[in-house]
Design a protein. Structure first.
Length: 329
């Protein structure tokens, strides 16, 4: 029998008695091995379930899904711009699955993407309780980040800010979370919080694009406050990390009608206590990790941190080291 014939037969055998039909459909799962038939049986069984049974089923399914797999599924909705479905999936997940690492009287929980972030955190932050690092892969705090991203795209800005701040509480040195918060403040014309957030990005980010965006955002803040010489210096500084069209356009605008003389970028920014170099701690920690992993013959990990260094400094000696390690792999 064809798929259509089998499904038609199953449907015709349904009696309208919920309990009998459930038992019948469950029996059909054992009789048929086809994945497509199982999917249709699942849909038919779902329609027969009460709200309580559906919630219990969802809870059982979600608890069996590793969080990294769940996060991938949410990203698939984001990639297609299906924010409504992403929101529903996230809210179901957050409602049904008890969060493993909530506030605890004894521990403060944190999650880091790599050892560089953890070392930066330990250097700059103190925790009143005992610090516990969530194991890599148990990315439950990332759910809050994705929740904030989805809410932003649905113009739920207050809720988005709350979710992103929750995500940031688990990783205060995350350039990704800070950059998303800055985009939220930029969109809401919240210049005060935008400026504060970009300063944090310049302190902790090791991604040139995030750093460039932070300088551009600061340039925008100073431009709006009519401090155009500082704004110009910031846009020019951003070009050291990313040749972005926005910076070029803003510089053309400033130069076209304000006729500001050429400025010493470092002096202008230093006078405002704005850093013009990468945080030395990021460079030192990255070098330490690169050398340490190389010594342990963990070459992929070593390459990652040499890559961080090269992207930030364009040091030819670091590039030579990268090429040497690649040949050794």
């Amino acid at each position: 029998m064809s798929y259509d014939d089998i499904i038609a037969k199953i449907k015709s055998d349904l009696t309208g008695n919920t309990d009998k039909d459930k038992a019948y459909l469950i029996k059909q799962f054992k009789i048929h091995n086809s994945k497509e038939i199982h999917l249709e049986l699942g849909r038919l069984l779902w329609d027969l379930m009460s709200d309580e049974e559906q919630n219990a089923y969802k809870k059982a399914v979600i608890q069996d899904i590793p969080v990294d797999e769940f996060i991938k599924s949410v990203y698939s909705y984001l990639n297609y711009g299906d924010f409504e479905t992403a929101l529903k999936e996230l809210e179901d997940f957050m409602e049904i699955l008890p969060f493993k690492f909530r506030e605890d009287p004894q521990f403060d929980y944190f999650y880091f993407n790599n050892p560089l972030e953890e070392k930066l955190f330990r250097k700059y932050f103190k925790t009143p309780k005992q610090m516990k690092v969530i194991p890599f892969g148990d990315e439950y705090p990332r759910v809050f980040y994705l929740y904030g991203v989805v809410l932003m795209n649905l113009s739920e800005f207050d809720r988005a800010e709350s979710a992103l701040k929750k995500a940031l509480s688990y990783n205060p040195v995350s350039g990704e979370i800070l950059s998303t918060l800055s985009a939220l403040y930029d969109g809401n014309y919240d210049l005060n919080n935008l400026k504060k957030t970009t300063v944090e990005i310049l302190k902790f980010s090791y991604d040139p694009r995030e750093i460039a965006k932070a300088y551009r955002d600061l340039g925008y803040c100073y431009y709006e406050n009519k401090k155009c010489n500082i704004s110009k210096a910031l846009y020019e500084q951003s070009l050291n990390y990313e040749n972005h069209p926005r910076a070029q356009i803003e510089l053309q605008l400033i130069n076209s009608y304000l006729h500001i003389d050429e400025t010493d970028i470092k002096k202008v920014l230093n006078d405002e206590n704005i850093p013009t170099n990468i945080n030395d701690d990021i460079l030192e920690i990255s070098m330490f990790l690169a050398l340490d992993f190389e010594k342990k013959n963990l070459l992929n990990q070593s390459l990652y941190f040499y890559g961080v260094l090269y992207n930030l400094t364009h040091d030819e000696e670091v590039l030579t080291k990268i090429n040497d390690l690649k040949h050794r792999l």
